[in-house]
Design a protein. Structure first.
Length: 317
């Protein structure tokens, strides 16, 4: 697996962690309040709820003249409303319930050089999309979302720099109820960093000569971990969930779940044990949940056997 592929796969696992919680159904109490981590909320709601309206990741970069590219990825809520031919609201149509989906968004900051700073805006206009189906339509709507990303590369010594990336929600939303705020939130926000002419320094286990500088870093809501192939220091992920350096998606996994920190075999068995009515609700609730269900039901005995467990390595203790 190349570093580029593994970084993207790991970032996708972070992006959709907890997207829908087990048992993946709208009627489940735990799914009445979704997307509970990694949110960058409107300032008014953040102040009232003690959540964040900005997150920040800092890390060290070796090199005399490094250049760092930044990509911020997040989800935005899209409300899916079923309506009949007379445009009257329905609870279900065409095998889909009225519920919330998400769409992926990204903001890129051009390469930042030493002793420089850059900013990029996230300006997403409110929108509406109509999908015609038998008996009516599925109307998808999303709210305006405004934000920005600041990135700077500060020299600490001739061969060491501090990178700071700050993601801010600027949405003009003054109310403090969660349902409205969540529709103007950067959900599961994380930062992918790539460096040229330099090397990232592990924040989890920095080399002795970097310990003091690493101890002065300020990370808020995001934690920097090295990603890619073991030993590669060209890519870093600012993650909203706790990960180790060089975390990997298990090669035995049949595909992404919304429970990437769990054991795939347990998730698969739980899905297969659902009743037909429970599966119908899971299928009708979210398109990504539908894909998980169909993929799981199509698994072969050989694919199931791969999930029993693997010894990755043995080493003397």
């Amino acid at each position: 697996m190349s570093a580029t592929v593994s970084v993207r796969e790991l970032a996708d696992a972070v992006l959709y962690e907890g997207h829908v919680l087990w048992p993946y159904r709208r009627s489940s109490l735990k799914n009445h309040q979704r997307w509970t981590f990694g949110g960058v909320y409107p300032a008014a709601y953040a102040l009232a709820s003690s959540d964040r309206s900005a997150v920040q990741v800092e890390c060290l970069v070796e090199g005399a003249a490094p250049v760092v590219e930044t990509e911020v990825r997040f989800l935005q809520v899209v409300h899916r409303q079923a309506v009949d031919d007379a445009n009257e609201p329905l609870d279900e149509l065409g095998g889909y319930l009225t519920w919330d989906e998400t769409t992926e968004r990204a903001v890129e900051v051009p390469g930042v050089h030493a002793a420089e700073a850059a900013q990029a805006s996230a300006e997403i206009a409110a929108g509406r999309d109509v999908e015609l189906v038998d008996g009516g339509a599925l109307v998808r709507c999303w709210e305006r979302l405004d934000g920005h990303v600041d990135a700077s590369l500060e020299p600490l010594t001739p061969d060491l720099h501090k990178l700071c990336v700050r993601v801010v929600n600027d949405s003009a939303w003054a109310a403090t109820e969660r349902d409205g705020a969540i529709r103007r939130t950067l959900l599961s926000a994380h930062v992918i960093l790539r460096v040229e002419a330099g090397l990232f320094v592990s924040s989890t286990d920095p080399q002795p000569q970097f310990m003091e500088a690493a101890g002065r870093l300020c990370n808020d809501g995001l934690w920097p971990v090295l990603v890619g192939d073991e030993g590669d220091r060209a890519s870093m992920l600012g993650s909203p969930i706790i990960l180790s350096d060089y975390a990997q998606v298990a090669p035995e996994s049949p595909g992404n779940f919304f429970d990437s920190g769990e054991i795939d075999q347990m998730v698969v068995l739980n899905i297969l044990c659902m009743t037909d009515d429970e599966k119908r609700e899971m299928r009708a609730g979210d398109p990504r949940a539908r894909e998980i269900l169909e993929r799981t039901e199509a698994m072969t005995p050989a694919e199931m056997s791969q999930l029993h467990g693997v010894v990755r390595e043995l080493r003397p203790v």
